[in-house]
Design a protein around this ligand. Sequence first.
Ligand code: M6R
Length: 360
Amino acid sequence: GKGEYDHFMLKEIHEQPTSLAQAIEGRIDPENGRIALDGFEPGAFEEIDSVQLIACGTSYHAALYGSLALNQAGVESTALLANEYSVAAPPVDEDTLVIAVTQSGETADTLNALRQAKSEGADTLTVTNVVGSTAAREADDALFIRAGPEIGVAATKTFSSQAVMLTLLAQRIADDAAGEPAADLEALLPDLAAMPEQIEGILADSDAEWIASRYQDSRSYFFIGRGLGYPVALEGALKFKEITYEHAEGFASGELKHGPLALVTPETPVFAVFTGEEDEKTLKNAEEAQTRGAPVVAVCPDDHRAVEVADAHLEIPETDPDLAGLLANVQLQLVSYYAADLLDRPIDKPRNLAKSVTVE
Ligand code: M6R
């Protein structure tokens, strides 16, 4: 049941400290501080020379997160919408790893893309939440995110766990390719371990409800981010439109001035995600919107320069840029939730949507 919560979505948002701890558990070897994955011997990914991640919806945003993490770790990688794969797949061979990212493991579009990649000779893997799902059975290998059942149609805790799982996997693939531990990993591990507690902190003391009510009469809601903040901006907007039925869009910060800026008015709040990746550029982009009257909500640590500039602030603790976007995402989940609640929407079952889309 929902227990003390009004909706499964809120319950699942609050489960993230636990579900993330479960995603990480046992996957860092205490002996050598490297990523240990069940069923993958050291060097298992040595031969992989490129990675394609395929997924839909929120899982696509996690896939994009993973793909950027791989690229940043020096591994060639692309995220592709599974429903576009049949018309737009880049070539694969046996040194291509194709990763199907799917919470349910039953999404028809994703399964079709997985089958196509497999038939063309790629090495396949699924990152899924459901043991025994079709994706888990059909892919050559499976990694489970261990988030527990998710009832709300809006994916929340499973997005966080997918992104963390893919961050670990990216480090591991980069490690295997280089034949030595990637330097980045050492810096990342303490922040990864701190993440469940940091999310507890966000959940205990978020201004999201107040922000949702402050901007509730807006015309449209924009979300911007750069680097790993970009998939988080996309996810922030998807969650918002899905459960509030209000118009929302996510953009790469630098794209605002290439078109979307024409939509910006005092009635279009801009949520800006700061991850520590060229934040000064993102701040400049946010200020360009602010000059046109848009209120800017900065999602960043307390002592960040953006706090002085922005009209409102959602605080996240200091962490590694590899993880900051996931903390920001928790704040954005709460904003969507409270915005939808103010509008009295059926949060756990938005109109026209199904938890698992088993048709093409
Ligand atoms: O089960 P999957 O992860 O394959 O589902 C893919 C999408 O249908 C799903 O992520 C959808 O976008 C979310 N429920 C949105 O919150």
